[in-house]
Design a protein around this ligand. Sequence first.
Ligand SMILES: Cc1cc2nc3c(=O)[nH]c(=O)nc-3n(C[C@H](O)[C@H](O)[C@H](O)COP(=O)(O)OP(=O)(O)OC[C@H]3O[C@@H](n4cnc5c(N)ncnc54)[C@H](O)[C@@H]3O)c2cc1C
Length: 408
Amino acid sequence: MTHDTDIVIVGGGLNGATLALALASVGFTITLVDAKPRDVRGAQGFDGRSYAMAHSSCAMMAALGLWAGLAETAQPILDIKVSDGRAGEGASPFVLEFDHAELEEGPMGHMVEDRHLRPHLLAQMDKTPAITQMSGRSVLAQSIEGQSAHVTLDDGTVIAAQLLIGCDGLGSGTAKRAGIRHTGWDYGQTGMVAAIAHEKPHNGIAHQLFMPEGPLAILPLVGNRCSIVWTERTGNAARINALSDAEYLDILRPRFGDFLGDIALAGARYSYPLSLSLANSMVAPRLALCGDAAHRLHPIAGQGLNAGLKDIATLAQVLAEARRRGEDIGRLDVLERYAQWRRFDVATLALATDTFNRLFSNDNPLLRLARDVGLGVVNAMPGLRRGFMREAAGLNGDRPELLQGRAL
Ligand SMILES: Cc1cc2nc3c(=O)[nH]c(=O)nc-3n(C[C@H](O)[C@H](O)[C@H](O)COP(=O)(O)OP(=O)(O)OC[C@H]3O[C@@H](n4cnc5c(N)ncnc54)[C@H](O)[C@@H]3O)c2cc1C
């Protein structure tokens, strides 16, 4: 049976692009299709997010030869401070602190800006002959015929591959067309994202302030800048989004506090609706799902992209080993190894982010007391605190080779 390509990937966001590079590094040929035109996908400012990339995610980027091009613009996260707060009142005295000095591996992670990461991945794909990119083309249909997965694009092109991987994000059409349903809910919250310039240095410290309406994350970027992820109930967010920049800052200031001196906007403002969505299965015959197509999480712990990179490291290793053994990479029992490896981690992460958000996004005085005491207790227990840090850095569990910084 001849195929046009070994693997067709639908969706060339951060996960699709990284997956294509990981699979090409072990000798697969890839065709990657994305609905957005190339100039839109590669534009700086296309997405305002910055990502807290865990230690293991950065190690994976290094193993794929991608870290050198990012390191200069990436800010190490040296310390994380978690506290409860109310606008205008400052943080509660119970501060939970994670200091990277307690980890022998180094910083817990790095902040990487989308405007650097996305163009870098696209440029690396351009330099990789095993990857064929088709931008500005949508996948409209897919079918499994014998030992092939076929996808049909909006211009009528049909691509035949051994395996189809859906990296097409929230509401994945690849999953829907395969009959894979998602379970989840809308949080009724919106994440407002912006880069903020400030007077005083942040010293690599990330802050997570739990406000009654939702968490406010203040994440250090290179220079005297930080990225905020400001979660508000969707109605409030709509009102805040309609304000001028000066009015927006007036509302932000009492929440942000004055510990970094005066603040100003250092770029455009962005807004993302927040939801939980979990695929009932990550695989089907000749099909696998990765990244947000498989699991969309609340950004409260900054773990969404990290979870997608874990999918990629796992799937790339399973497929590389299957090929070495002469197995058909599209067979369901091969793909089940990937799903089984990822199942527990995805479920616990979804449960943890959902629970944290419910516990912290409210002003119930009893819950407030309980969580403040809880933060204090975790802070007073070095073993427990270190366990949380290793989890956030992606250093726990049965990690595939790429996440340990080893090439496949
Ligand atoms: C406010 C916020 C802050 C966050 N912060 C962090 C953080 O600090 N750390 C972290 O690890 N994660 C974070 N995340 C999560 C992270 O941003 C996502 O998990 C990640 O960007 C998902 O990437 P993806 O490639 O899976 O999906 P997407 O970015 O959604 O990409 C999907 C791609 O598929 C394409 N596509 C869709 N349908 C078709 C079709 N039919 N044909 C062809 N192409 C198609 C689309 O054009 C798109 O390019 C955050 C999320 C939010 C909302």
